[in-house]
Design a binder for this molecule. Structure first.
Ligand SMILES: NC(=O)c1ccc[n+]([C@@H]2O[C@H](COP(=O)([O-])OP(=O)(O)OC[C@H]3O[C@@H](n4cnc5c(N)ncnc54)[C@H](OP(=O)(O)O)[C@@H]3O)[C@@H](O)[C@H]2O)c1
Length: 418
């Protein structure tokens, strides 16, 4: 344990008029002298377990972040709860504090902020939660687990403590290994050493697992229903890039734009893996997004030696063309692609490819999360994905319905290097 002194260590705000901050080395009994005397620890443990359980509803929406729940309590009463619900949006602590403010309760009655994971102390997509907690004036923070990331572990607690906040660590009720198992491999040394974006593979398949419907069905393209397509628009609005292969461009001539109910304000860049620049310069993806739609910049990733005239024609049509290494097995090197995406600032990406590129991504171990729509369509063309679903080690797997479609969501477990 890195920070044994944090467990049950209660310091008082210097200006509170309460018991003074204990001298270093003084070892007060965990619940002594604490404002948490009014907060029964069994009650806190039950609350932490409930928050952790409810937070898992959002685990696929916030990954690679861990799902987190928080509550503001007064005695044994929960005034407000908050969760990290959408990747890139407010964290649980911030949502719980905002909700508590909305209730209009007197802040002096807020006894503690209870949160399943140590608050963040660094700026990511949002400002550090520690700052927001300090600004709230709350005096006690109860935490269910330390941040397991060695780069951050204990820092949030230390900052809170230094600012005079009481900190109670009640481990065991919200273990990340159960709540957000994917996060532990995401902060694995080897993965951190070779940064790449969190990759979500989304595909639609027929009952037989095929990704192309039989002739005459869905215009040769659509397998899932309109409600599923709306979900995909939401997902597109919550990633930094959409990646596809030239096979999909040639077969479907898609736009890969974001449309409502997706967030149009920051559309993801669109990336096409196309070794020999077969993308037609008049492809729809290179045309304006159109009304009520938004499309990010189009990047075409080819291999060295692709024909110069195609390169020039695609750039004239508005694409950005980049040369990558050739993969040893098929097409553009996916290691290069993932590194390049990370260098462009892409932290969370969506793979919307046909069976060939999808299979290559899965084989390479670059897929972290899957969302699979199984439509009410029999038969189909091309290879079946059914074998993949059996072979992959899927964890935290859920099966749900989206109107007429069955949806499977899960994280893909990779080998850890330590
Ligand atoms: N159901 C769904 O969710 C869904 C989604 C998308 C597409 N589709 C369907 O899939 C069909 C197209 O299938 P597809 O397999 O040809 O499309 P794809 O996987 O999107 O594209 C494959 C092409 O990408 C290029 N590529 C470049 N680097 C690659 C790499 N490292 N690994 C693999 N490919 C790489 C290759 O062409 P080069 O060798 O020329 O580079 C390859 O032929 C269409 O009928 C479309 O409707 C279905």
């Amino acid at each position: 344990m890195l920070y044994p002194s944090l467990i049950g260590s209660f310091s008082r705000r210097p200006d509170s008029g309460d018991s003074p901050v204990p001298e270093d080395g003084e070892n007060p009994s965990p619940m002594a002298r604490s404002n948490t005397e009014t907060l029964d620890s069994e009650h806190l443990r039950t609350l932490l377990a409930g928050l952790a359980h409810d937070a898992t509803r959002f685990r696929f929406d916030v990954a690679p972040n861990p799902c987190v729940g928080a509550a503001v309590v007064s005695g044994t009463e929960v005034i407000a709860r908050g969760f990290h619900q959408v990747w890139g949006d407010a964290h649980a602590e911030v949502n719980a504090l905002l909700e508590a403010e909305r209730t209009g309760t007197d802040k002096s009655t807020w006894d503690a902020l209870v949160v399943t994971l140590e608050p963040c102390s660094s700026t990511g997509k949002t400002p550090p939660c520690v700052e927001r907690i300090l600004a709230s004036g709350i005096k006690t923070v109860v935490i269910g687990e330390l941040d397991p990331d060695p780069r951050h572990r204990g820092k949030g607690l230390e900052l809170l403590r230094q600012a005079g906040i009481e900190v109670l660590l009640l481990e065991g009720e919200a273990p990340l290994s159960a709540v957000a198992p994917h996060f532990l491999s995401w902060i694995d040394n080897e993965r951190v050493r070779r940064p790449r974006p969190w990759t979500i593979a989304k595909w639609a398949q027929t009952r037989s697992g095929q990704m192309v419907p039989p002739q005459g069905v869905g215009g040769g393209r659509w397998i899932s229903g309109p409600e599923s397509l709306k979900e995909v628009q939401l997902l597109r609005g919550r990633v930094d890039a959409i990646v596809t292969g030239v096979g999909t461009i040639l077969a479907d001539d898609p736009r890969f734009t974001v449309r409502p109910p997706g967030n149009l304000s920051k559309p993801p860049m669109r990336v096409v893996l196309d070794s020999h620049l077969r993308t037609p310069p008049d492809a729809t993806i290179l045309k304006p997004a159109g009304e009520n739609a938004a499309g990010g910049a189009v990047h075409i990733l080819c291999v060295g030696g692709a024909p110069g005239e195609r390169h020039r024609a695609l750039e004239a049509a508005g694409a950005h063309v980049h040369a990558m290494h050739v993969a040893t097995d098929d097409g553009v090197s996916l290691r290069d692609v993932q590194t390049w995406l990370h260098e462009q600032g892409a932290q969370r990406i969506l793979l919307e490819a046909g069976p060939r590129l999808l299979a290559h991504y899965l084989t390479s171990g670059f897929v972290d999360q899957v969302r699979i729509y199984s439509g009410a369509v029999n038969g189909g063309e091309g290879p079946s994905m059914a074998g993949w679903i059996t072979r992959l080690k899927l964890i935290a797997r859920i099966q749900r319905e989206c109107h007429e479609d069955a949806v499977l969501e899960a994280f893909v477990e990779h080998e850890r290097s330590d």
